[in-house]
Design a binder for this molecule. Sequence first.
Ligand code: OMP
Length: 290
Amino acid sequence: MLEQAVPSADAPGRESFGSRLGAAMAARGPLCVGIDPHPALLKNWGLDDDAAGLRRFSLTVLEAVGSLAAAIKPQVALYERHGSAGITVLEELLAEARDEKVLTIADAKRGDIGSTMAAYADAWLRDDSPLAADSVTLSPYLGFESLRPALDLAAETGRGVFVLALTSNPEGASVQHVGGADSVARRITQSAAAENRRYQGSLGSVGLVVGATVGSALSELDLDLAAVRGPLLAPGLGAQGATPADLRTTFGAAYPQVLGTSSRDILSAGPEQRGLRDAAQRTLDGLRGE
Ligand SMILES: O=C(O)c1cc(=O)[nH]c(=O)n1[C@@H]1O[C@H](COP(=O)(O)O)[C@@H](O)[C@H]1O
């Protein structure tokens, strides 16, 4: 059977997310700062666990690290727990980040049947949505192809996605490692690689989430992450025990694609901007091998 030619997904007149993220990583280095306003952090910062505290926390982090990080990653759950007032704060944070010209990854981990997925795609990836981010995290456990509406809308609007492949938590292996040589994680990796053939340039807009804590799993599962040609979002630095040096060992040849992300470890250095910035800079230096 003839393989169908895959048209370029680069939206006319728009730079793709992969290209924009690649440029940000080249200019600033491979750090993403996670914005996870946990109740305990709000308390330590002397803030109330309400929408006003959430707003102060979020905008302080953005101001402190917005010119240093390649991306910020607000954890949507920690805004949702405040109801509509929390979502309003998230909308404001995403808009401010756009003005500050720092890329955003909405950590929403969405995944559903295609018809519902189209609505999630509209929420996070459509130009005129109040929650539009540069990219969103997706869960592929209803089948990679169920993510189609988000994959296509991201391509159309110059945005990106990060699909869970090997998560940083110890329980992830019970699903993601299943299948041996033909593991679930390997299937997801291959699907992302196929999807990135639509994109020109060195980095496609379909990224994967691969935990900084996964150790030898990449070689055990025979995953070729360099071949994915997408950004690799690596959470698990700091609070979950991984170090920047671990990332180099774990990812090997794919390390240039890695965007290390850290939340609590950096956020616990607040509320002073200087402390936040120094903590982010230390992590960034480690990721650069300095
Ligand atoms: O998609 C994610 O970002 C993610 C995937 C994963 O495998 N593990 C993981 O920790 N995360 C998220 O990354 C952040 C990690 O936070 P810290 O452990 O405080 O750095 C949290 O918001 C998690 O939800």
